[in-house]
Design a protein. Structure first.
Length: 84
């Protein structure tokens, strides 16, 4: 994860040791799952495997925590579906 202030980039990889970028189709599935739950994320980066998170500076801690929970749930959901 990298960023400045509340502007963050979260890079996802399929192989942690080799740092293989996560496939674009999975990035799309994660973005769609987030969007369906009310959290908008944007894929970016050279390989399209980084999510750009840009909450407003006036966001409450409760909303921020809820958004992070939704983001993590979406990742876990897509990961579980891919394993099947």
């Amino acid at each position: 994860m990298r960023g400045r202030g509340l502007f963050l980039g979260v890079e996802l990889v399929s192989d942690k040791d080799k740092r293989t970028p996560l496939e674009v189709k999975f990035m799309g599935q994660i973005a769609k799952a987030c969007e369906q739950r009310g959290v908008r994320v944007m894929a970016c980066g050279r390989h399209g495997n980084t999510f750009r998170l840009m909450p407003p500076l006036v966001i409450t801690e409760a909303h921020l925590r809820k958004g992070i929970d939704i983001f993590l749930e979406a990742i876990k959901e897509v990961e579980a579906a891919a394993a099947n």
